[in-house]
Structure formats: structure tokens, C-alpha cells
Design a protein around this ligand. Structure first.
Ligand code: NAP
Length: 461
């Protein structure tokens, strides 16, 4: 926040050693803040995948390339002398958190929330029901999900949730080939999506439009697509005099009013204006996934919103669909050696401090909310704490990256450096066709093979 002042920018008497686990926005904003708050410290960013940047690479929608430009800033940090990158290193497998805490003065957990919050209604395990982490990971070429192969040979899809991820999924499914040509959608996803006969996508909010989580720029974008028309029901959209609006903060009220205005314009659209349709349906709580082995329909209970809560009205309805994506939020995994608050899926912390020498930032610190730049504040706070906690030490007696690399050598662990990543990136750019910015490597195996080929004499640990 603007009020926050970071007073300690003097640097350390001796460089201390800091490990950041996770190379997404939270990790990189922290590294950047540390280079300023703790001048001269050694920062090692450790990442499970060979490729850096977390959700910027594998979460931000492939047609939102301008949002991905933030990696240019992260790259400046990665290329600083005091910063090292160790990709393809899984904590708990290659090296434990306890070992890292022995090797480093401070360890920052920035592993995000990579898993789906589970849809727990009956039938949610049917074929054709996916979580958004898996589905978004699939169309973004994430190594964990590139082989998801969702069945898109269906006429109607349902997306549960009305946040920005739900909008991303609906948009990617209806986007024209022309618009996607400038994206980094992998070929397999492009073929599946462009060959799909999905003409209707329904987005379901269990509460009303005032409570919807999407932001207005993203909502309005749905009205600007060539192939699809957004539709909303006028009777579901509250007026600007709705008393609930008066209870909101100025900021939230302005956002809601803008969304209501946009939804009103959607309610004037005709379904036959374009070949595909995105239907917004509010006050609809999913209660069951229907069908045999595969999903065939969703059953909903109509709700009314009281004091911000969705309450069932006892009215039920069904919508046929052959694909369901639950875009209902993400969850973090527990990390062996760190405390975990199961209810919220976060590491319990005091403004980023977890224990002596252990800190956390980003979605595993505060839950899966906010945009990329929301992580900047987390990084600054933790960098300041690390300075306060270690800035007056006469010297560090930790082995840091020397110790880490000898441990990797002893264990035969093949880590990927930032220079390796730049080689992979060069190949991805070279492999792209037309106006696509890159053609992603989508498995860890092919990434490592490509590195072998490009630098046969390279010595791996
Ligand atoms: P989100 O904004 O929290 O939205 C989740 C949606 O799922 C809400 O509508 C929520 O309804 C609904 N939901 C949760 N549990 C449900 C259940 N059991 N049954 C039915 N509906 C349920 O989460 P998100 O869309 O995953 O986005 C995560 C964060 O990333 C957000 O901060 C988002 O803004 C950000 N993001 C930003 C962009 C962008 O800026 N372009 C793009 C993608 C993501 P309730 O409100 O009733 O709980």
C-alpha cells in the first residue's frame, strides 16, 4: 500500500543466502524486492518445472499476450548476478524444505495454489467434468495437464463459477482461429477447440450479478468477440437502485455497477447474432452432475441472495451439457516441513512470516485471489522482514547455493539454469509458425531432450 514505507534499504554487512521456492509472480516480485531491500544478498529461485513464471506462462490465457509481458520485468531480476534459477527441482523430492532451511538463512515459500478446489456435488467424478486448473493447464500446455484430452466433441459446455477464470475458459472455447493465431495455444488444443462443435457455453453463478467475481474489462471483452454473442437475462440483473449496492465499499459498488451495465447490454443481444453463444445464468447453485459414465446434464437449484449468501429456493432445473468445467477457485498443497491450514488451504502466517527464517508470499500465503501485481506487496513486505531479521548479522554461516549445488551433484539431480531456459525459449520462438509468439514445449521430457541436443557438451550436475 502507499502508506507502507520500507525503511531498511542499507544492505547487509555480509551477503546472506535466501531461497525462494516457486518462480511465479509471487516468487519473482519477492526476488525483485530483495535485490533492493537487502542489497548484496544471494537469491536462489527454485522451481518444480524447467520453465519459469508460473501462472504467467500456464495460467494467463493464451490470447492475453500483453498480460504476459510482465515476464520482461521478471527477467531483469533473473539476469542479475546475485540471482540464480534452479528449474526442474521438486521440493520434497530433490531436496527437502528442512535441508533448504539448513542451507539458507531465509526460505520464502511462493508455490502458489496449483490445484483445483473440488466440486463436491454428486456425479462430479463423471467423465467430462474438469477443474479449471486442469482445463486451463491443458490449453496452456502445462506439462501436468497436456495429456488431459478433454472431450470437446459436444454441443454444449457448462462453466461453474463467475470469476475471471470462468470468463477465460468460455472465451478460449469460442475464440475464432484468427484471434487465436496470435496466441501460444498449443497445436493439440487449437485443433481440438477449432474442431469442436460447441456452440453454446453456459456460465453459472450461484449468487447474483452483484456478487459476481469477474472484473469489468474481462466481462466487456466477451462482447467484442467475432464468433460469439454474450447473452444475459434482463430479469436477473438488479437495477442501480438495488439496496445491496449501497452496502458495498465505493470501489466494489463502482465495479458492480459497471458489470451490471455490461450485463444489461448483453441482455439486449439476440442469440442468432453470431454463430456461438455464451449464456450468463445467475442465482443457480449446481446440485448434481447427471448422466451415465459421462456427463449429460447439470441440475441446479435456483437461489436467492440474502446478506450475501446464496439460499436455495426449492426450485430446480436442468441444463444439458457434454462438458463441465468447474472454475470455482484453486487450492495449495501442504508442504512437508511447513505448517498448513487445511480449511483455507494456506500456510498460516503473520503478514508473510511463518517461523524464524521461513516466509511465505502469494496465493499460498493469502489464498487464490487478486491479479498478478497483487503479489508485489507480498514480496516487499517479506523482503523488509528478511532485512529486519538478518540485516544486522555479522555474517552468514550458511552454505547457500554452493551447498545446494553440491547436494544436487551428489544426488544426480539435473537442474535447469536460467541460461537453459533462454535456450528453450529461443527454440520455442523459432518453432512458432505465422504470427504465433512461440510454440511451447509441453512435456518436461521434450524440454530436457531439446536442451541435450542444443548443448551436447553441457555438463549437467
Ligand atoms: P474467483 O474469482 O474466486 O471466482 C470463483 C467463482 O466460483 C465465484 O463465482 C464463486 O462464487 C464460484 N464458486 C466457488 N465455489 C463454488 C461452488 N462450490 N459452487 C458454485 N460456484 C462456486 O476465482 P477464479 O476465477 O479462479 O480467479 C482466481 C483469481 O485469479 C481471481 O482473483 C481472479 O481475478 C484472478 N484472475 C484474473 C484474471 C485477469 O485479470 N484477467 C484472469 C484469470 C484470473 P462465490 O462468489 O459465490 O463464492
Amino acid at each position: 500500500t502507499p502508506q507502507l514505507r520500507f525503511a531498511h534499504r542499507r544492505g547487509f554487512k555480509m551477503p546472506i543466502n535466501i531461497a525462494i521456492i516457486g518462480s511465479g509472480p509471487a516468487g519473482f516480485y519477492t526476488a525483485d524486492a530483495l535485490t533492493r531491500a537487502c542489497k548484496g544478498c544471494h537469491i536462489d529461485i527454485i522451481e518444480r518445472l524447467p520453465t519459469p513464471f508460473g501462472l504467467v506462462r500456464a495460467g494467463v490465457a493464451p490470447d492475453h499476450q500483453t498480460t504476459k509481458r510482465v515476464v520482461k520485468k521478471f527477467e531483469k531480476t533473473a539476469l542479475l548476478d546475485e540471482v540464480n534459477y534452479y528449474g526442474n527441482v521438486t521440493i520434497g523430492n530433490c531436496v527437502s524444505l528442512a535441508e533448504l532451511r539448513e542451507l539458507y538463512d531465509a526460505v520464502v515459500l511462493a508455490v502458489g495454489a496449483p490445484n483445483d478446489r473440488k466440486l463436491t456435488i454428486p456425479g462430479a467424478d463423471k467423465i467430462g467434468v474438469h477443474g479449471s486448473a486442469a482445463f486451463v493447464g491443458w490449453y496452456n500446455g502445462h506439462p501436468d495437464y497436456q495429456d488431459l484430452r478433454p472431450e470437446l466433441n459436444v454441443g454444449t459446455a457448462a462453466v461453474i463459477g463467475v470469476g475471471n477464470v470462468a470468463l477465460d475458459i468460455a472465451r478460449v472455447l469460442v475464440c475464432s482461429a484468427e484471434r487465436m493465431a496470435g496466441s501460444d495455444l498449443p497445436d493439440y488444443a487449437s485443433c481440438a477447440i477449432q474442431g469442436s462443435p460447441i456452440y453454446d457455453i453456459h456460465l453459472f453463478g450461484r449468487r447474483g450479478p452483484i456478487e459476481a467475481k469477474f472484473t469489468n474489462v474481462e466481462l466487456r471483452e466477451m462482447g467484442k468477440l467475432n464468433c460469439s454473442v454474450p447473452l444475459a437475462k434482463a430479469e436477473q440483473i438488479p437495477g442501480d437502485d438495488d439496496p445491496v449496492l449501497a452496502t458495498l465499499s465505493d470501489r466494489d459498488r463502482r465495479l458492480s455497477e459497471r458489470n451490471l451495465k455490461t450485463l444489461r447490454t448483453f441482455s439486449l443481444n439476440r442469440p442468432d447474432e453470431k454463430s456461438k453463444r455464451v449464456h450468463f445464468e445467475f442465482c443457480a447453485a449446481p446440485v448434481e452432475v447427471l448422466g451415465g459414465d459421462r456427463v449429460e446434464a447439470l441440475r441446479f437449484e435456483r437461489t436467492q441472495v440474502t446478506d450475501g449468501r446464496a439460499e436455495g429456493t426449492g426450485d430446480f432445473f436442468e441444463v444439458d451439457c457434454g462438458l463441465v468445467v468447474a472454475a470455482i477457485g484453486y487450492r495449495s498443497d501442504p508442504i512437508v516441513g511447513a505448517p498448513y491450514e487445511g480449511d483455507r488451504g494456506i500456510i498460516p502466517n503473520d503478514d508473510g512470516r511463518v517461523a524464524k527464517g521461513l516466509y511465505t508470499v502469494g496465493w499460498i500465503k493469502r489464498g487464490p485471489t487478486g491479479v498478478i501485481s497483487s503479489n508485489r506487496y507480498d514480496g516487499e513486505v517479506v523482503a523488509d522482514y528478511i532485512h529486519k531479521d538478518f540485516g544486522n548479522l555479522p555474517k552468514s554461516d550458511k552454505a547457500g547455493r554452493k551447498g545446494l549445488e553440491s547436494l544436487f551433484n551428489a544426488r544426480g539431480i539435473r537442474y535447469v539454469t536460467y541460461a537453459d531456459w533462454k535456450q528453450l525459449e529461443t527454440m520455442e520462438i523459432e518453432n512458432a509458425t505465422g504470427v504465433a509468439p512461440r510454440r511451447k514445449f509441453v512435456t518436461i521430457e521434450e524440454m530436457l531432450k531439446a536442451l541435450d541436443k542444443s548443448a551436447p557438451s553441457r555438463e549437467f550436475a
